[in-house]
Design a protein around this ligand. Structure first.
Ligand SMILES: [Zn+2]
Length: 469
């Protein structure tokens, strides 16, 4: 009986529960070390609509986009903004025209804007006042448009000298590849009706100090926009390492642990509950693996428990600074001869970021990972808010409470949990459409989270609770 009792789930109201939640026999009973209440978590399989979206992603169009962007010669942030052929201005206008074509197929739900501001001198990378322009396509959500998901790449490029705005800087991998991902998603999703809003962005000023993304994140914050996830695709163009080996079915996803935006008070709580591995960005990374590692994407998502590569940065960081969950997609092995390099041959070795070093079927698979992610996010309910663990008395069970979301497609909630040493959630307890649940497992011994379930069966990202005293 003791074992039976340990699996029971208690709820603080008397409404009926599913038999599965009450008996809580774990599907993973073959792994006796992780027994407990609920069902074993399994990945969310792509449905017919998502499979159709992923099939529409076209490697040839992606290749054409990368080659066209490389064809502007340089897209350096300090290059000409008025030359119709060469420079960042010509690239900006071409991206705007292409996204506008996608928007024309959206029935008025997608709008495209040039998001410009004047950046004052910021030596050494911005020596003179410079207009920085993001090109932003926004596909308005059908039922919860106030909930926003952003996918971006940066369209500026550079050569060896970070302030040389005239020399060729084709920037095929860094980062026409990421821009091509965002533009291809805009094209494929323009005709569809996600519940939440999806934003497809080509930002500038990345190489000079993340200026375009910082402007965008600041505007969202100032407007009170509920950005629930942001992904930058930066250097997603090649699966080939500089030793010649290939890893064509892996994409890295960098996701921070301790939040960049953490306040001292939040740090106190994190230390007191052991929340180092449970930032919103980590929950997002776990969500990506659950929806984007499957036969329809053909990819493995290698989550890296870091904000970015060692000592380096990208366009997700300004979003993290504003408190938005964000992460970075990057190819499995970077080839430093093919990024931030003047196009040249030295001792028979070719340098420069040219389209011929890109792997277009690989970029298409990265686009499928992104599409599976943002589509799944924008068609599931949002991340639960105000998830708390009641702590007014010491007990050996766990008493969770949260605020009900206003999403009209919301069906209910699940409590998820895992051993503290597990990297991902292992069990889910269905609790129905309620805002509290008591679980007979000690909060001292496992981690808990809560996620929302839509009427369509889709699960959103997990929210990690904070203590309620
Ligand atoms: Zn880059």
């Amino acid at each position: 009986m003791a074992e039976e009792r340990s699996r029971r789930v208690f709820l603080s109201t008397t409404a009926a529960l599913s038999a599965a939640a009450l008996t809580g026999v774990p599907a993973g009973a073959e792994e006796p070390d992780v027994r407990g209440p609920g069902e074993r978590l399994s990945p969310q399989r792509p449905d017919a609509e998502l499979r159709a979206i992923l099939r529409e992603i076209d490697e040839h169009r992606i290749e054409a986009t990368v080659r066209r962007l490389a064809g502007f010669g340089t897209r350096h942030t300090l290059s000409s903004q008025t030359d119709p052929v060469r420079g960042i201005g010509a690239a900006r206008d071409w991206i705007f025209a292409e996204l506008t074509k996608s928007a024309e197929r959206s029935g008025g739900r997608m709008t495209v804007e040039l998001q410009s501001y004047l950046q004052q001198p910021a030596p050494p990378r911005i020596p003179v006042a410079t207009t920085i322009t993001n090109v932003v396509a926004t596909l308005r959500g059908a039922t919860t448009p106030e909930r926003v998901y952003v996918v971006s790449g940066h369209y500026d490029s550079r050569c060896s000298d970070p302030v040389d705005a005239t020399k060729d800087a084709p920037g095929a991998d860094d980062d026409a590849s990421g821009v091509a991902v965002a533009m291809e998603l805009a094209r494929v999703l323009a005709t569809r009706r996600p519940a939440a809003t999806i934003v497809f962005a080509a930002v500038a000023g990345e190489e000079q100090g993340l200026f375009g993304a910082r402007h965008m994140a600041t505007l969202y914050k100032a407007a009170g926009t509920n950005v629930q996830a942001m992904f930058t695709n930066d250097i997603v163009g090649s699966s080939k390492a500089d030793d010649g080996t290939r890893d064509p079915r892996t994409i890295r996803l960098f996701a921070e642990g301790v939040p960049t935006s953490e306040t001292p008070a939040q740090a106190d709580i994190r230390r007191a509950v052991g929340g180092e591995n449970d930032s919103p960005s980590r929950q997002l990374a776990r969500f990506v693996r659950s929806v984007a590692e499957n036969d329809a994407t053909g990819m493995t998502v290698r989550v890296i428990y870091r904000r970015d590569r060692y000592l380096r940065g990208g366009d997700h960081i300004p979003f993290l600074e504003q408190g938005y969950p964000a992460a970075r997609f990057t190819e499995p092995h970077e080839d430093y001869a093919h990024q931030h390099q003047d196009v040249r041959v030295e001792n028979g070795k070719r340098f420069g970021d040219l389209p011929e070093f890109c792997d277009f079927p690989f970029i298409a698979r990265v686009a499928r990972v992104n599409a599976a992610t943002v589509w799944s996010l924008a068609t599931a309910p949002g991340t639960p808010e105000d998830v708390r663990i009641r702590t007014n008395q010491l007990t050996n069970d766990t008493d969770l409470v949260w605020r009900r979301g206003s999403d009209p497609d919301l069906a209910g909630y699940e409590v998820v949990w895992r051993e503290t040493t597990a990297d991902d959630w292992t069990h889910a307890i269905k609790v129905g459409d309620r805002t509290e649940a008591k679980v007979d497992l000690s909060k001292d011994n496992v981690f808990f989270g809560v996620r929302a379930v839509g009427k369509n069966g889709r699960r959103g990202p997990v929210a990690f609770p904070t203590p309620l005293s």
